[in-house]
Write a protein that binds this ligand. Sequence first.
Ligand code: GLN
Length: 485
Amino acid sequence: MNLYEMTAHELHELLASKKISAVELTENLYARIDARESEIGAYLELTRAQALESAKAVDAKISGGETLAPLEGIPCAIKDNICTKGIKTTCASKILENFVPPYDATVITKLRAQNPVILGKLNMDEFAMGGSTENSAYHLTKNPWDVTRVPGGSSGGSAAAVASGEAIFTLGSDTGGSIRQPASFCGVVGFKPTYGRVSRYGLVAFASSLDQIGPLTRDVTDCANVLNAICGLDEMDSTSTAAPVPDFTKSLKVDVQGLKIGLPKEYFVAGLDKEVEDAVISATEVYEKLGAKIVEISLPHTEYAIATYYIIAPAEAATNLERYDGVSYGARVDGVDVVDMMTNTRTEKFGEEVKRRIMIGNYALSAGYYDAYYLKALKVRTLIQKDFTDAFENVDLILTPTTPNPAFKLGEMVNNPLQMYLQDICTVPLNLAGLPGISIPCGFTKDLLPIGFQLIGRALDEETILRAAFTFEQTQNSGVKIPKP
Ligand code: GLN
């Protein structure tokens, strides 16, 4: 097997036993990037020089006989809305084209404590708004399983890089599904932690009450190791939780005996692709055979989730994106006076989708409409949260498809934002409720497109999700597959 196809935990063994060096591993990954990147387009920026320096430092530790942390020397990459000191962070937007953060996001500081090798920054939908990575102001990212299709989004580069062997693991962000949906489209594991589990300090804000950073990995073991590295209270993020962080690798057991898993009937309705439905139902049968109890449940306010999300997320985005005014941050386009300068800057430097969200958000927040839209959406959000609270009185986990269909064609939905928004139906309810969720690969369509299912857990109960995900992965022996070539 090629090094670039392996999991972080397998590579850790090879590094620790001196079978490979970190420099060799890093070069292997860059060779793969050089071979595939012109077709896949997962990266916005490569950081070869720094990466080789980090790899050399790890090799020095190895030859000095020091014990390695699980992610030490492992080649990874970071979504371009996570601040990296001295490395451009553009959010795939022209307005931040030359923005070089003077500090690292907390997740980067935490990751760096384990000395992984950061290969570069990854493509995404501009400011994480979108579900196909087609809203990047720079270039498209292709799905490694079928390059005529999207990788999903907004963390499309993060998912495509892992799937194509251009990174061993990546970080993404998830506001309404942006880790889980691309993970599902690209056949990798993607985890959105409980709101507050991972610090948002240094994550460029889209919708602050929904955003959360999480890992995209080849398997569940890697996912647990990355969560161990990035979770925890941070005084720089007042919404981060003080709840103790367990050792997530302890959850990696093959055991779902007696676990109660709910299937919400509202997620298995018309519009769900037949092949996706069949694969997800087969996954529930696997759990049943392994001793879990499958019960039908209801999350009655699901039908309002998209409408609620597409008020709250744009409202928060409109507020957060006010700071790009040509003065404090980023690009400036001159004008005859200050208002003209601001107008020109924002008109020229923001993409269509970002402008659409700013307009929707400001409309929903404006006097006279606030009560009818924003306040109403907040109330419905509470009802959606309550649906989950009620459901979790009777079940330990909730299982759903991650997406209503497999990866769609490039260009298929770019002119139809509403159809694109409907793609988020299975993923946004969790963000509204602040709950953790994972997407796990569970097979392929007849055209060889990956299918994923989603497991949702109680707040702060990432462990039960990981245990059930690990059980599925191990017993189905899905192994790690990288598409040809
Ligand atoms: N597709 C959703 C949106 O466009 C989710 C994005 C995200 O999670 N960042 O808002």
